[in-house]
Write a protein that binds this ligand. Sequence first.
Ligand code: PLP
Length: 454
Amino acid sequence: MNVPVPAASSPGAVRSPASQAPPGTALELDRAHVFHSWSAQGSLQPLTIAGGLGCEVWDDTGRLYLDFSSQLVNINIGHQHPRVVAAIAEQAHLLTTIAPGHANLTRGRAAQLITERAPDGMDKVFFTNGGADANENAMRMARLHTGRSKILSAYRSYHGNTGSAVVATGDWRRIPNEFAHGHAHFFTPYLFRSDFWATTPEEECARALEHLARVVECEGPASIAAILLETVPGTAGVLTPPPGYLAGVREIADKHGILLILDEVMVGFGRTGHWFAFDAHDVRPDLVTFAKGVNSGYVPAGGVIIDAPVAATFDDRVFPGGLTYSGHPLAMAAIVGTLETMADEKIVENARAVGAEHIGPGLRALADAHPVIGEVRGSGVFWALELVADQETRAPIAPAVIGAVKQGCLDRGLLPFVAENRLHVVPPCVVTPAEVARALAVYDEVLTEVEAAL
Ligand code: PLP
């Protein structure tokens, strides 16, 4: 195997490609045979990524990019961490697959490491292949535990692209399923574009909770199995809830015997500067779903962490769910390797410190210099810049402008994450202050260029 050798680099620099095929072959094969997610297929020109290391990736010509997208906010530990790669390789030599019904040391250790980070009493993990099926199974557990059918979730949310998960999703991706039964949606706090005419976080919190209480009443509390929320809605814009909101949701849920499922698929395992995003909020969920950061996606994995009362429902009653690859040995080895390494190398602490000391202050300085930035939000390595055409009206910038922002970043060797009118700043948790400085310089140049054209 041809393994690329790392070297110090700067964005846009060139690295010798590791590939044996001529540049362009990957794109040719992709255009001929790969059907892509969330896209009209005809106009796609995907960037080829041939390799990666730490916070960088490179294409098949060897051109380097600083990865400030983390590959869909996923690769918390950075690309190709040698300890995780070694853990997967070691497991591959021992045992590559077993059915979910067996006991296995790597699987047990992965579950132990996950539950050690969860609140006391949340001692069991059901493993899935990713985030959507984690939410799917959490909703199923809630329905079976309560004997109720309905799930409430936020309009500003993404929960995955499978049956119930996409119906629980609130954004445009739910629309083909608009006639699905058993789900209702509500508005969650978003002070910058308040649905409640609020002007302070306290007002936004109180009114969002009043609204939820009303939705629960109107939907019929006795029909509701669970409220499903992203702890911090991610794809919808890094919308950290105001203090007291999640505790208020918990209170409404408890009043009616409704379970609370927190979706930590995007925010779990270090992204916000905490092991779980809910660690920064005064709330205890009944079920937690996770994926992505648990092993940085080195091998697909996800799961549900289950509180004791829900787990006990299935002590003498069959849980009628399972997946052939639940607790797959390679995915479990990647979890063990990732979580042990993150603890040893204090990677969550790094995310928190770099966010507080470099990313946050750097983005706020950019906002002072660039009228196109309407708001800076976030913590850890989980930030969004809300880009506006007009500071007064807060009208979002046009899609063509966000397209120019994306292209401007790529031209300067930075892989960005953009969504609607926002630039999300989501590097791996291992990002260094020097890499943040490089990214801030790119954003500064790109925003200057874009503002000149407005
Ligand atoms: N939940 C959240 C909050 C997500 O951000 C995502 C994916 O981005 C999912 C669920 C779905 O995860 P997956 O794509 O692994 O199915």
